[in-house]
Structures are given as structure tokens and as C-alpha cells.
Write a protein that binds this ligand. Structure first.
Ligand SMILES: NC(=O)c1ccc[n+]([C@@H]2O[C@H](COP(=O)([O-])OP(=O)(O)OC[C@H]3O[C@@H](n4cnc5c(N)ncnc54)[C@H](OP(=O)(O)O)[C@@H]3O)[C@@H](O)[C@H]2O)c1
Length: 175
């Protein structure tokens, strides 16, 4: 947990070997097994996302407080709260987490919001997708001097998965 936030800030992302996370507003794979993991990691916790990721999902994620980061003051889709900065989103998310008895909030993308959130995060839940697709959105570099892998599991592609994956939890190193 960092000093500025009373709850842990975790990033949840699926990243290709070339750091690609998105293409044309969508993800360049279908990973049903990983969506189940995403659901179990985030359920009951506030989720923070950029406006483009929210529009790509197309609806609020159920069972979670949804906070959408946007510069648009008139943006008010049903079922979400909006925030004018990542810092404001984290403040709102921390309030929602504490009132729901959660000790964590999840930052779930996309590229712009991950870039802003990396310096504020305590933990990364990364699904390394074993492919190198074309794309237009990338995840920031995970600096091994700052982040230590603490759990790792290879997951073979199931029937509804386009690629095998390697799921890794990284914790921020105490410097
Ligand atoms: N692989 C994965 O795990 C994963 C996860 C999530 C998303 N994705 C993919 O990532 C792509 C979307 O990512 P993206 O980088 O294009 O967009 P994004 O991060 O989802 O959203 C960008 C938007 O966030 C708002 N924003 C950004 N910085 C801000 C700031 N400092 N203050 C206030 N608002 C700010 C702006 O919204 P306004 O324009 O409304 O002002 C901006 O257009 C899609 O392809 C999606 O499928 C992949």
C-alpha cells in the first residue's frame, strides 16, 4: 500500500510479448480462461478505467464500483462514476472500497491509464499472452529493478482461448 492511498492499488492487464494490449479499440485475442481470472480478481472491488476502455467494454462491470477517467465534463453514462484525473478516480475508488469492506482497488486499463497508474501501483496482475500481435496500444515497460515476480503460472490455451498465457503477480520492491 502506498502512503497516499488507504487501499492497495493493483493493475490488472493482459500483455503480449511485444507489450501490445489493444488494437482498434479492442483486444487482439479471445481469452475466456483469463476473463474468468479477471472476474475473480476484480469482483467486489472498485475498477478504474479510461473512457476508451469503458466504451470498448460497452457497459459497467457488474458487482464492482465502476470509475471512468475522462476530461469530458458532460460525460455521464448510467451506472458509472466519472473522475477528471486518475488521482481523483483513486480517491473515489478508495472511498468505495472502504465502504464495501475491500482493501484493494483495481486499475483495468487501457494504455493511457496504465501509464499514469504504474508509479502509484502496489501490485500488478499480469497475464502475459504468448503472442506478438499487431496493435496500437501498449503496456508500459515493467522495470525489473522496481517489480519482483512473486507468483507465476503457465496456462495452456483452452478451447475458447486463442493463445497460451503466463500469469504473473508482481509486487513493488521496497527500495
Ligand atoms: N489487454 C488488456 O488488459 C487491456 C485492458 C484494457 C484495455 N485494453 C485496450 O486498450 C485500448 C484502450 O486504451 P487507450 O490507451 O486507447 O485508452 P484508455 O486508457 O482506456 O482511455 C483513454 C481516455 O482516458 C481519459 N484520460 C486519459 N488521461 C487522462 C487524464 N490525465 N485526465 C483525465 N482523463 C484522462 C481520456 O478520456 P476522454 O477522451 O473522454 O477525455 C482518454 O481519451 C483498447 O484497445 C482496449 O481494448 C486492453
Amino acid at each position: 500500500m502506498n502512503h497516499a492511498t488507504p487501499v492497495s492499488v493493483v493493475i490488472v492487464a493482459a500483455i503480449a510479448a511485444n507489450n501490445v494490449i489493444g488494437a482498434d479499440g479492442d483486444m487482439p485475442w479471445r481469452l475466456s480462461t483469463d476473463l474468468k481470472r479477471f472476474k475473480s480478481i476484480t469482483m467486489g472491488k472498485p475498477v478504474i478505467m479510461g473512457r476508451k476502455t469503458f466504451e470498448s467494454i460497452g457497459r459497467p462491470l457488474p458487482g464492482r464500483a465502476n470509475i471512468v477517467v475522462t476530461r469530458r465534463q458532460d460525460y455521464a453514462p448510467e451506472g458509472v462514476e466519472t473522475a477528471a484525473s486518475l488521482e481523483e478516480a483513486i480517491r473515489i475508488g478508495a472511498d468505495r472500497a472502504l465502504s464495501n469492506g475491500a482493501d484493494t482497488l483495481c486499475v483495468v486499463g487501457g494504455g493511457e491509464i496504465y501509464g499514469l497508474a504504474m508509479p502509484l501501483a502496489d501490485r500488478l496482475h499480469i497475464t502475459h499472452v504468448l503472442c506478438e500481435p499487431d496493435g496500437d496500444t501498449v503496456f508500459p515497460v515493467i522495470n525489473p529493478e522496481l517489480w519482483a515476480p512473486v507468483h507465476e503460472k503457465r496456462v495452456e490455451a483452452g478451447e475458447k482461448d486463442t493463445y497460451p498465457t503466463r500469469y504473473v503477480i508482481y509486487d513493488k520492491k521496497a527500495l
